[in-house]
Structure formats: structure tokens, C-alpha cells
Ligand binder design. Structure first.
Ligand code: ADP
Ligand code: MG
Length: 283
């Protein structure tokens, strides 16, 4: 499903009105069937951007194409329900919105909201749990008794149950330990490769996400200041650091070595590959 921003601006109105636009004349295209990461410092507009994609917010200027839907200030009457059926949004700490007594009821609730016609709802629930690596033994568990990582998985499963084409995650690694983070990365990768989803991940956790990012948009003050694949983006270490945007530690290290010792190492996702590089140079 095509997602394209055309000269989009968004300005918060009301009591908390700020002087600057939260989104300031952004044009971009989300890459289909890829993992798109949106990075940038706090307050740069990441959450606003994702809320525009499924029409939780309507642009004050410009328009957004999401498949057949056109979101702009003149078309507030688009079929929001249908749009959100196609574009699933997983908020920061999604598990904080749990309120049912079992995992099954929690996932079922989402399906019923959308008047889900599928006869075999139970199979749908089991399948979506399987997609995040949980089996049927979780169906009757109380969601509040699960570990952080399991809760996050259930929250993701409840969005997957609707089978959206696009899934947007806001800060999905926050509050997870390393094992659960790695698990989440596996799920994201699988959603892309096996289930052909378009993924948008809003994150400041570049150390975790850079491994799986296909395309990165860097936001600052509501503008896209840099975009490209991870190699193109993270080679701009100085620029990013000027904007106080974190770069993955592994890349920061290579950059320091280059600057102080003039030794050039390749772009490495994995620390073990970097160690091999280092051995090669000290031989
Ligand atoms: P990020 O997710 O990158 O931290 P946000 O999209 O939350 O950034 O915020 C972008 C800008 O919009 C910030 O300047 C923030 O203060 C402002 N903002 C966010 N939400 C609101 C709101 N509900 N009312 C007024 N201003 C807001
Ligand atoms: Mg945010």
C-alpha cells in the first residue's frame, strides 16, 4: 500500500499551542514491504508523523496518500474505520491499554470492534499469537500476569489479528530487556519477509533497530533532514551528532577509530564482525 506525504504540515492548536509546527512541510514516501525507521530527537515530530498516517490527526496543510485514501483538511470524512483496518498502530507501552481478564478476550476485543465477519475468530486469534511466538497456552492467561516481553507480544498480536497491510510501531523496544528486544527484532523481520507487511518503526533506540532497518528517515524540528538506507544515513556521523541524534554505538566506534587513527573499517551490524576487522588491523 502506497504511503506518500506531499508537503504536509501539522500544527497543534488549542491550549498547548506552540510557536513552531510539529510537522513542517514534509514530503516523503514510505517504502513498501520494507522496515522504515523514523529516528530523531525527542520532540522532533515522530509520534505526530505516525498519527497522521492513520488519520488520528489531520494535516493542517498538504495531503497524505495512504493507498486509495487521501487525507487532507478538506476530506475529514474519509472512511477512518476502513483506513485503520489497513494501517495498524501500536502505541508506546501498548500493554498499558490492556483491560480484559484473558489474552483471548483482549485480542477478541479488537476484532469485535471492527465487526469482524470471520466465522473462525478463534483460529484468527491463535494464528496471530503464533505470529509473535506464543502458543494457545496463553489464551486463558491473565494479561497482567505476563512478563514485559510477553505483554508486548500480546499487544502486537491484537493488532496482527486484524491483518493490516501496514503496521506502525511507536518506540517498540522501550521497557524491554535485551532478550525480548532481540525477539521483537525477529518478529519485525518476519512480518516483513513472511507476511509481506510494510513496517514503520518510530524509535530512538538505534542500537537495536539499525540491524533491521531498510530505510531511515531522520527528523529534526518537524523536518526530514536526512533519509536513505542505513549505510547512507549512518555515514553522516558528524551531521547526526550535531543534531544530537544518536548513532549506533558500533558505528560511532568505527568513526572514532577513523578520525583518530585513520583506519577505515566497513559498516558492521554485528559486533563480532567488527572485532574481526579490528584483529585484521592489529595483525
Ligand atoms: P516526538 O515523538 O519526536 O518526541 P512529537 O510528535 O510528540 O515528537 O512532538 C512534536 C512537537 O509537537 C513537539 O514540539 C511537541 O511539544 C509538540 N506536541 C506534541 N503533542 C502535542 C499536543 N498534544 N499539544 C501541543 N503540542 C504537542
Ligand atoms: Mg514520540
Amino acid at each position: 500500500m502506497e504511503i506518500r506525504f506531499n508537503n504536509v504540515s501539522y500544527e497543534y492548536k488549542g491550549i498547548k499551542k506552540s510557536e513552531k509546527k510539529a510537522i513542517d512541510n514534509i514530503s516523503l514516501e514510505i517504502k513498501k514491504n520494507k522496515i522504515n525507521c523514523i529516528i530523531g530527537p525527542s520532540g522532533s515530530g515522530k509520534t505526530t508523523l505516525m498519527e497522521l498516517v492513520n488519520a488520528l490527526l489531520i494535516p493542517t496543510d498538504g495531503k497524505i496518500n495512504v493507498g486509495k485514501f487521501v487525507i487532507d483538511k478538506n476530506k475529514k470524512n474519509i472512511n477512518v474505520k476502513e483506513l485503520r483496518f489497513n494501517v495498524g498502530l501500536i502505541f508506546e507501552f501498548p500493554e498499558q491499554q490492556f483491560f480484559k481478564s484473558t489474552v483471548k478476550k483482549e485480542i477478541e476485543f479488537g476484532l469485535k470492534q471492527y465487526e469482524y465477519k470471520l466465522k473462525n475468530i478463534d483460529k484468527r486469534i491463535s494464528d496471530s499469537l503464533l505470529m509473535v511466538g506464543l502458543n494457545d497456552s496463553f489464551l486463558n492467561r491473565n494479561p497482567f500476569t505476563l512478563s514485559n516481553g510477553e505483554m508486548r507480544k500480546v499487544a502486537i498480536a491484537s493488532v496482527l489479528a486484524l491483518n493490516p497491510k501496514v503496521i506502525i510501531f511507536d518506540e517498540p523496544t522501550v521497557g524491554l530487556d535485551d532478550a525480548s528486544k532481540n525477539n521483537l527484532l525477529k518478529i519485525l523481520r518476519m512480518l516483513k519477509t513472511r507476511y509481506k507487511k510494510t513496517i514503520i518503526v518510530v524509535t530512538h533506540d538505534v542500537d537495536a533497530l539499525h540491524k533491521i532497518a531498510d530505510h531511515i528517515f531522520v527528523l529534526n524540528d518537524g523536518k526530514v533532514i536526512l533519509e536513505g538506507d542505513k549505510y547512507e544515513v549512518f555515514k553522516e556521523v558528524d551531521l547526526l551528532q550535531n543534531y544530537k541524534i544518536k548513532v549506533p554505538k558500533i558505528i560511532e566506534f568505527s568513526h572514532k577509530v577513523f578520525k583518530s587513527k585513520n583506519i577505515k573499517m566497513g559498516y558492521r551490524d554485528e559486533i563480532n564482525d567488527l572485532i574481526k576487522d579490528i584483529y585484521r588491523h592489529v595483525k
